[in-house]
Design a protein around this ligand. Structure first.
Ligand code: ARG
Length: 457
């Protein structure tokens, strides 16, 4: 493509380090779509003839179907998807192909193609995230009343409902989805027509190409346009944050499914066995979600690092922007699909959860709150009294509700038998009706809130 200036071809190693076709061939649809829009605009503006434009368009259609049928011969010598397509176009339609690159550069071309690819993926993430939200909402509804231990420091803290726990992830996923949606808003500007870096002297219509490629408007600064990869960075950061949430849920599944916890049983479809230990059933899918998100985070840090030292505008370093994004998108999609399957299949062992919820003096706060409410103690004093009750129960190997009334009264005279109403895990969760609290009635109304909200979109 630049033979005029060069006396010899590239060294084999040069070709090896330079070529991106092995991965950027993924952008073929976007590349062809972008070229068709560009050619049509050039014809509208009288920059090329409409005959050339229609030859270009039909040649590009041929190339699209060749690629889709697996008949296209990609060449590393032609470096990237842009030159592979253009070179084949020249074989197909001759001189007209040579006019396609008028008022365009690979710099704005790649910025466009990659942005359109990321745009598709961000939309797909929104859809998959919503699917996972729905699976979690189903579980939350079924288990609005199922009691489990709530943890801080992974120590029993206060009883909660499993439905409430599922809804915690619905909230995280809703934010994840809105991060992708926000990124889509910001990337909704069309780079095409920024040309190499400075714009062009040809009388192009960037609003036309922007509109025909489904963007809100063209980008406003040509220098920024060809050097900006924020859209990819935002995609990766949204993917990393979402992935982090999936990984935390995966970690919980790993813990919950141990025989020691026994809170959930994973389906055979999402577990594996051991080749030596016949009793084993391992939550490999959950572990792999946890592990694979490390790769997604790595891609984010990788691209941030590629970009951080680059002066304006385009530098070839930026060709390194794609593989991490491709991998992150594929990985996150797979992890979301695995989570959808795992959570959908997961059996919740409500009895084990409830039994565990009662251990570890998890209703101690309820006892303290009762002393505040019924006996008028300042909370700090109530906390101290309750601590003594816990110590007594612990030394006698009992739960709080198993302590006899006289034992409790010996700790504080104002305790009456009404205390037993708040010491059960059922009473504890039922009392947590503050907005955002774990009470079953709250869980049910939050499930309805999310169902209505998702249906309204
Ligand atoms: N393959 C290149 C990339 O991915 C396309 C842009 C090349 N531009 C250039 N001036 N060499 O970034």
């Amino acid at each position: 493509m630049w033979g005029g200036r060069f006396a010899s071809g590239p060294d084999a190693i040069m070709e090896e380090i330079n070529a991106s076709i092995d991965f950027d061939r993924k952008l073929y649809i976007q590349d062809i779509e972008g070229s068709k829009a560009h050619a049509a605009m050039l014809a509208t503006r009288g920059i090329i003839s409409s005959d050339d434009a229609s030859q270009i368009a039909s040649g590009l259609d041929t190339i699209l179907s060749e690629i889709e049928r697996g008949e296209f011969e990609f060449s590393r010598a032609l470096e990237d998807i842009h030159m592979n397509v253009e070179s084949r176009l020249r074989e197909l339609v001759g001189d007209a192909a040579g006019r396609l690159h008028t008022a365009r550069s690979r710099n704005d071309q790649v910025a466009l193609d990659f942005r359109m690819w990321v745009r598709e993926q961000a939309k797909a993430m929104c859809t998959s995230i919503e699917r996972l939200m729905n699976v979690l909402l189903e579980k939350a509804e079924t288990h609005a009343d199922s009691i489990m231990p709530g943890f801080t420091h992974l120590q029993s803290a206060q009883p909660v409902t499993f439905g409430h726990h599922c809804l915690a992830y619905v909230e995280m996923l809703a934010r994840d989805r809105s991060r992708f949606a926000d990124a889509l808003e910001r990337m909704n500007e069309c780079p095409l027509g920024a040309a190499a870096l400075a714009g062009t002297g040809f009388d192009i219509d960037r609003h036309q190409t922007s509109g025909s490629l489904g963007f809100r408007e063209p980008t406003r600064n040509s220098l920024d346009t060809v050097s900006d990869r924020d859209f990819a960075l935002e995609f990766l950061s949204a993917a990393s944050i979402c992935g982090t949430h999936l990984s935390r849920l995966a970690e919980e599944i790993v813990i919950w499914s141990t025989p020691q916890f026994g809170f959930v049983t994973m389906s055979d479809r999402f577990s594996t066995g051991s080749s030596i230990m016949p009793q084993k059933k391992n939550p490999d899918a959950a572990e792999l979600v946890r592990g694979k998100i490390g790769r997604v985070n790595g891609s984010l840090v990788g691209l941030l690092t590629v970009m951080k030292g680059l002066p304006l505008t385009y530098s070839k370093d930026m060709q390194e922007d794609k593989e991490g994004v491709f991998d992150a998108a594929e990985t996150l999609e797979l992890c979301l699909a695995a989570m959808i399957g795992m959570i959908g299949d997961m059996r919740v062992n409500t009895q084990n959860m409830k039994a565990a919820a009662g251990s570890g003096f998890s209703t101690a706060t309820d006892l303290a709150d009762w002393l505040v409410r019924e006996a008028g103690l300042p909370f700090r004093d109530a906390h101290h009294v309750t601590g003594r009750a816990v110590a007594l129960a612990e030394s006698e190997g009992k739960q709080l509700h198993q302590l006899p009334l006289d034992a409790l009264q010996s700790i504080h005279g104002s305790i009456t038998k009404g205390i037993y109403d708040v010491l059960s895990v059922d009473a504890s969760v039922a009392s947590r009706t503050s907005f955002g609290g774990t009470a079953p009635q709250n869980v049910r109304s939050q499930v309805n809130y999310w169902k209505d909200r998702l249906a309204a979109e």
